[in-house]
Design a protein around this ligand. Structure first.
Ligand code: LMR
Length: 397
């Protein structure tokens, strides 16, 4: 039956982790996948999460099915976090939110929804974007276009190119935007630039689909949601937000995300939610209980939420310190051209390293990075920074 199935190439990100795990060299470093590691090189279990988990373990509640669209305490807390507690859209009942299997699940359920609602639309993603964006939207049946974003000459944003490309899209085109901590480049828009994008999107009647996987990883919870808040204030009829708690709660394997769809009216949002539920039911029926309960437990307790914010701040500040350390140490190795790493936001840096240099990092130094030159700066720490910097200095020589 499967004789015609050909070997499919491995995933560029998760496939690299498979190779890393199989590597027996001591001192190997994985700067590939987007995971935050603490100063001792471990994936942290946040103290706020641990407290909820221990309380849940004591209660040992029965594991019935969640509703198709998830735990209400979770989806409501998510809405307040994403849109802000005072959001008029929430007060008007215009936001339909579902708990999903990670941010990736939110993207796929959202893509399936859009394919049903707008069967002829195309999707535009940034050049470059997270590798999986194109894959998800293609799998949902969309043609995926690119809009200009990264400027290799400045290691920064090609804002003029971005506006020009967005301005050429047909009305009704879905535009995938990264709210903050752009993956893979680390290059973000300023608030002023977001205002221009929001105005253009509104004027051209494009449909924004905002992917927010790193809320709180650059400046702060509300600051990093600026794009969502500006679209909300813009008076635009409808937009879509996928968000994830993988990084901000360090709950990668629990797969906790959410899809929020803003409708023109409360009634429209209800209709959209009914379709989203039908879609979820057809794929995985309903989400799993544990991760959502952990996030809801933290966000709905003033004390634990404050503790979580403090822990999120610690993660964010450690990343900033690693960026600064990397730039300083590379300069000390005679490579002052990497100053841009300190201007980038979030977990990732488009380092400017070529595919050949990335190959040498892996082969000669057991340091894993994505072939595009993307490195995860959140995997650096004081124990591996010198090794990584010395290896980078060696391969660019
Ligand atoms: C990444 O880009 O490394 C993360 O978003 C993890 C993933 O699923 O690719």
């Amino acid at each position: 039956h499967f004789a015609s199935v050909e070997m499919t190439p491995g995933d560029p990100i998760l496939g690299l982790t498979e190779a890393f795990v199989a590597d027996s060299r001591p001192g190997k470093v994985n700067l590939g996948v987007g995971i935050y590691y603490d100063e001792s090189g471990r994936i942290p279990v946040l103290r706020a999460v641990r407290q909820v988990e221990q309380a849940l373990a004591k209660e040992s509640l029965p594991r019935g099915y969640l509703p198709i669209d998830g735990l209400p305490a979770y989806t409501q807390a998510t809405q307040r976090l994403v849109f802000g507690p005072e959001s008029p859209l929430l007060a008007a009942g215009r936001v339909a939110t579902s708990q999903t299997i990670g941010g990736s699940g939110a993207l796929r359920v959202g893509a399936d929804l859009l394919k049903k609602a707008l069967p002829k639309a195309k999707v535009a993603i940034s050049s470059p974007s997270w590798e999986n964006h194109r894959v998800v939207f293609n799998a949902a049946g969309f043609e995926v276009l690119d809009y200009a974003y990264y400027d290799a000459a400045t290691n920064g944003l090609d804002f003029a190119g971005m506006l020009a490309d967005l301005g050429k899209l047909e009305p009704g085109t879905v535009v995938l935007l990264h709210a903050c901590c752009h993956n893979p480049t680390g290059v973000d828009l300023s608030v002023e630039q977001w205002k221009q994008v929001v105005a253009l999107v509104k004027d051209r009647q494009l449909l924004p689909f905002i992917d927010m996987a790193y809320q709180g990883f650059d400046k702060g919870i509300d600051e990093d949601a600026a794009a969502v808040r500006l679209f909300a204030e813009s008076g635009i009829d409808s937009f879509v937000v996928a968000n994830s708690y993988s990084k901000s709660f360090s709950l990668y394997g629990e797969r906790v995300g959410a899809l929020s769809v803003v409708g023109a009216t409360r009634e429209e949002a209800l209709r959209v939610q009914s379709l989203v539920k039908r879609i979820i039911r057809s794929i995985y029926s309903s989400p799993s209980t544990h991760g959502g309960a952990l996030v809801a437990g933290v966000l709905n307790s003033a004390e634990l939420r404050a503790l979580w914010e403090q822990e999120l701040t610690e993660m964010r500040e450690r990343i900033h310190a690693m960026r600064a350390g990397m730039v300083e140490k590379l300069a000390a190795h005679g490579a002052p051209q990497f100053g841009f790493i300190q201007q980038q936001a979030g977990m990732f840096s488009y380092s400017g390293l070529s595919k050949a240099q990335v190959d040498r990092l892996r082969e000669e130094h057991a340091i894993y990075a994505i072939g595009t030159g993307r490195i995860c700066v959140a995997a650096l720490n004081r124990n591996n920074l010198d090794t990584v910097v010395a290896a980078v200095a060696a391969v660019i020589r």
